[in-house]
Design a protein around this ligand. Structure first.
Ligand code: BGC
Length: 722
C-alpha cells in the first residue's frame, strides 16, 4: 500500500478500531476451545469484538494455527485489517542455537547473523512475522538471570552483534522476502543494570553513563533498520521506561529519528500503576501514549481508557493516530495488506523447521561458542584409545535440559545430551553414570557411583551446571556458585582421580573459584541448544578446536560484582602490592575477576609478536594502523581472537582503564603465522562527555593488543591531534 492508502484506511477507522490496533494479546484468546479462552478473556475482560479488533498476537507459532487465526479474524474485522504475529525467537525457533551470551563468546558476528537468518526462516514458515530480538542490554551483574540473553559487558561488541542479528532477521527486502521477520530491539533502556542484579529492579545512573555504555547497542540495532523497539520493565532515573518521555520521545524518536513502532514489555503499561507513577490505569494509559508507546502488550489501559482520554481532550487524538499509523506502517512494511499469511506454509514448515542443514549450522556454531577456561597438563582433548577410560557423570551428563530459558519452540526430546554426543564419538571409551543425579542435591548413591567410576577411569568428565530455569527472566541468584551438592560431588571425585574435566552448562558467569581449584580442565559450554551434546563432544575429543572467549567477566566471588574489564580509573589505583592500604581494593579478594573479559584457551598455542603502529600521531585523515604478528606455535590448526584495547590517558571525563576498539577472528594453521591489522580512527575513541557531547579528546592514548583483556602487550603511546 502507498502511504496515502494507509491514511485513507486510518480515516475510515472508528476510535475503537484504532485503539484495537494498539493492543497486543496472547494466542490463548484465539484458541478454538472455549475452555482455553474464557480464563484469559475474563482476566482482561475482553469481548469477542475487542479480540477481533486487536492489532497483534503474542506467542502463537505453527503455520496452520497462524493461518487459521489470520483468516478467521480478518474476516471478522470490519476493515479486514490483518493481525501481526509476534513471538520470542531469541536464539532459534525450533532449531535452538546457544544462548546469546554463549553466541557472543564466538566473537563471530557472521555466526550471529546466520543464527538470526535460520531463526527467521523457521519462524516465518511457521507463521511468525516479528521476533522480540535482539536483546542488547549491556550487563555487568551475573546475579541477574537475564545475562543469558545478552551479548555481554562491552558496548562495542554488543553493537556489532545487534547489527548482525537485525541483518539476519530482516534481510534486505522484508516486504518481499517472506522468509524473513521483523526485528524488535529490547529492552529499551538499560534493563541490564537493575540494582543488586534483581530482576525488574530500579535502574539509576547518570545520563552520561547511560548514553556512553548502555544506549549504543539499541542505537546500532536501530541504525541497522530494526523495525520495532520494546520498552523495558525498569525505571530509568526515576521514571519507568514505558512512561519515560525523555527516553522514548527525546532520545529514541527525536535524536535518533526512530519512526518504527514501539511496544511495551508484558503488562509494563499497567505496571506504571504498581510502580507508583500513575494513580490508575487511565493515568497509566495517558503517560504511556504520551511518552510514545504505540502498542500495549497484555494489559488493557489503552483499550479501556484511551477513548475517554481523547474525547475529554486530555490526550490529543493526533497522538493516537500517530501510534496507529505506525502499526499500520509496520504491517505494510511486512506486506501484510497484500499477503496476510506471508511465509506461513505447512509444507515448507515440515521441510524447513529443524532441517538437517539447520541442525548442522547449530552444531558448528555451538562448537564456536564453547570457551575452554582451563586445560591443566593439556588433559584435553580426550584420548580415547583405551576402552572404558572416560567416565561421564554429573547432573548434566544425560540431561536434555540444554536449550536455555528462551527456547519457546525448542524441544528437549530433540536435543542431544552430552552422553549421546560422547558415546557417538567413542562408544567403547566412554562409560556413563546410571544413577539419576539431581542438580541441587546429587544423592549419595550418585556421588558414590561417580567416585567408583573415577577410580578405574583415566579421565572423568563431570557435567555440572544450572538447570535452564536458574537463569533467564525472573531468575536472579544471590549466590552464583554451583549448587553445593555439585561441588561435593566434584570434591569426592577429585579425591580419587585428579584428572577431572568439568563441563559446564549454565546461563551466567558463575563463581568458579572452587571448581578452578579442583578441576584439571574446565569447559564452559553455556546452554548450547539442540546440538549441545554433539557440539561439546566435538570439542572434548578435539574434532573442534575451541576458540570461544568470554564477553562477560567471571568473578572470583559474588562480592566483587559488578566486576567488568572496562572500569574507570580511580584516584588510587591498586598496584598489587600486598600490604598497600588506602588504595582501591578489597582486603579479602583481588580486584580482578577469575576469568577476564576476552579470555578463552585453545588446543593450539599462539604467540604474539611485537605490536607496531603506523605512526606516533593520528587524526581524521590519518588513521592509525596497528599490526601484530601471531604465530601458531603448536601442531594443531586453530582460531585466535586477537583484541585491540585503547586507553585515553587524559579525558574530559574519567576514562576506562581499557576499552575494546577492535577484534579479529583469525584461523592460523599449525606452525604458521598471520599478521592481524587493526585500524584506529578518532571516531573509535569518541565518547560521551560531561556536557553529553559525543567527541574525542585530543592528546595521548595507549594502544594494547593481546589474546584477552588481561594479557596485553606493553602500551604504545600515540597522540590524537586536534
Ligand atoms: C519479557 C520480554 C518478552 C515478552 C514477551 C516479557 O516478560 O521481558 O523479553 O519479549 O515477555 O514474551
Amino acid at each position: 500500500m502507498q502511504h496515502v492508502q494507509l491514511e485513507r484506511l486510518l480515516s475510515e477507522m472508528t476510535m475503537d478500531e484504532k485503539i484495537g490496533q494498539l493492543l497486543q494479546i496472547s494466542g490463548d484468546f484465539y484458541s478454538t476451545t472455549a475452555q482455553e479462552r474464557t480464563g484469559p478473556m475474563s482476566q482482561l475482560g475482553l469481548t469477542e469484538r475487542e479480540i477481533a479488533n486487536a492489532g497483534s498476537v503474542l506467542g502463537v507459532g505453527g503455520a496452520a494455527e497462524c493461518r487459521r487465526i489470520q483468516t478467521e479474524y480478518m474476516a471478522r474485522h470490519r476493515l479486514h485489517i490483518p493481525t501481526l504475529f509476534m513471538g520470542d525467537v531469541i536464539h532459534g525457533y525450533r532449531t535452538i542455537f546457544p544462548i546469546p551470551l554463549g553466541l557472543a563468546s564466538s566473537w563471530d558476528v557472521d555466526a550471529a547473523a546466520q543464527m538470526a537468518r535460520i531463526s527467521a526462516r523457521e519462524s516465518a514458515v511457521s507463521g511468525l512475522f516479528l521476533t522480540f530480538s535482539p536483546m542488547v542490554d549491556l550487563v555487568r551483574d551475573p546475579r541477574w538471570g537475564r545475562v543469558m540473553e545478552s551479548t555481554g559487558e562491552d558496548p562495542r561488541l554488543n553493537a556489532e552483534f545487534a547489527r548482525a542479528m537485525v541483518r539476519g532477521y530482516q534481510g534486505g527486502d522484508l516486504r518481499n522476502d517472506v522468509e524473513r521477520v521483523a526485528a524488535c530491539v529490547k529492552h529499551f533502556a538499560a534493563y541490564g543494570a537493575p540494582v543488586g542484579g534483581r530482576d525488574y529492579n530500579t535502574v539509576d545512573m547518570s545520563e552520561r553513563e547511560l548514553r556512553d555504555m548502555y544506549l549504543p547497542g539499541y542505537r546500532a540495532a536501530i541504525e541497522a533498520g530494526a523495525k520495532t523497539v520494546m520498552t523495558s520493565f525498569n525505571t530509568v532515573n526515576g521514571m519507568p521506561a514505558s512512561g519515560n518521555k525523555h527516553l522514548l520521545r527525546d532520545i529514541l524518536r527525536k535524536e535518533w529519528g526512530f519512526d518504527g513502532a514501539l511496544i511495551s514489555d508484558y503488562e509494563a503499561v499497567r505496571e506504571l500503576v504498581t510502580n507508583g507513577v500513575a494513580q490508575d490505569d487511565e493515568q497509566a494509559a495517558k503517560l504511556a501514549i504520551e511518552a510514545g508507546v504505540d502498542i500495549e502488550m497484555m494489559s488493557v489501559c489503552y483499550l479501556r481508557h484511551l477513548r475517554d482520554l481523547v474525547e475529554s481532550g486530555r490526550v490529543d487524538c493526533a497522538i493516537v493516530d500517530e501510534a496507529v499509523m505506525r502499526v499500520l506502517e509496520l504491517k505494510n512494511d511486512l506486506g501484510l495488506f497484500e499477503n496476510p499469511l506471508r511465509g506461513a506454509d505447512e509444507g515448507r514448515e515440515r521441510s524447513v523447521v529443524l532441517s538437517d542443514e539447520h541442525r548442522a549450522a547449530a552444531r558448528d556454531i555451538a562448537g564456536e561458542c564453547v570457551v575452554l577456561l582451563k586445560n591443566g597438563a593439556g588433559i584435553l582433548p580426550l584420548h580415547a584409545d583405551v576402552p572404558a577410560s572416560i567416565a561421564l557423570a554429573g547432573p548434566c551428563a544425560t540431561s536434555h535440559d540444554l536449550l536455555g530459558a528462551w527456547s519457546w519452540q525448542g524441544r528437549q526430546k530433540e536435543t542431544v545430551s552430552l552422553a549421546e554426543g560422547l558415546l557417538a564419538r567413542h562408544p567403547h571409551a566412554v562409560t556413563v553414570a546410571r544413577e539419576s543425579c539431581d542438580y541441587d542435591d546429587p544423592s549419595p548413591a550418585a556421588i558414590a557411583e561417580a567416585v567408583d567410576m573415577a577410580r578405574s577411569a583415566s579421565v572423568v568428565v563431570l557435567a555440572l551446571g544450572e538447570t535452564s530455569d536458574m537463569s533467564g527472566e525472573a531468575a536472579s541468584r544471590s549466590d552464583i556458585r554451583l549448587p553445593h551438592g555439585q561441588i561435593d560431588m566434584l570434591r569426592a571425585v577429585r579425591a580419587v582421580n585428579p584428572n577431572v574435566v568439568v563441563v559446564l552448562f549454565n546461563g551466567r558467569p558463575l563463581d568458579l573459584t572452587e571448581v578452578d581449584r579442583e578441576a584439571r580442565a574446565i569447559v564452559e559450554a553455556w546452554f548450547p541448544g539442540t546440538e549441545a551434546g554433539r557440539a561439546v563432544a566435538d570439542v572434548l575429543v578435539g574434532a573442534t578446536n575451541p576458540s570461544g572467549k568470554l564477553t562477560m567477566s567471571f568473578p572470583r566471588t559474588v562480592g566483587q560484582v559488578p566486576v567488568y574489564y572496562n572500569s574507570c580509573s580511580t584516584g588510587r589505583p591498586y598496584e598489587a602490592k600486598p600490604r598497600e592500604k588506602y588504595v582501591s581494593k578489597y582486603l579479602d579478594v583481588a580486584n580482578d575477576p577469575l576469568y577476564p573479559f576476552g579470555f578463552g584457551l585453545s588446543y593450539s598455542t599462539f604467540s604474539y609478536g611485537p605490536v607496531t603502529v603506523s605512526g606516533a600521531e593520528f587524526d581524521d585523515r590519518h588513521p592509525l594502523r596497528v599490526d601484530v604478528s601471531i604465530a601458531n606455535t603448536s601442531d594443531v590448526d586453530g582460531v585466535e581472537i586477537a583484541q585491540l584495547y585503547v586507553r585515553d590517558l587524559v579525558g574530559d571525563a574519567v576514562r576506562p582503564v581499557k576499552e575494546l576498539k577492535g577484534f579479529s577472528r583469525v584461523r592460523i594453521a599449525a606452525g604458521s603465522s598471520v599478521t592481524v591489522t587493526f585500524s584506529l580512527t578518532p571516531d573509535d575513541v569518541r565518547y560521551v562527555h560531561p556536557d553529553l557531547a559525543f567527541t574525542s579528546d585530543p592528546g595521548e592514548f595507549d594502544i594494547m593488543v593481546g589474546p584477552d583483556s588481561r594479557h596485553l602487550s606493553s602500551p604504545i603511546r600515540v597522540v590524537l591531534k586536534s
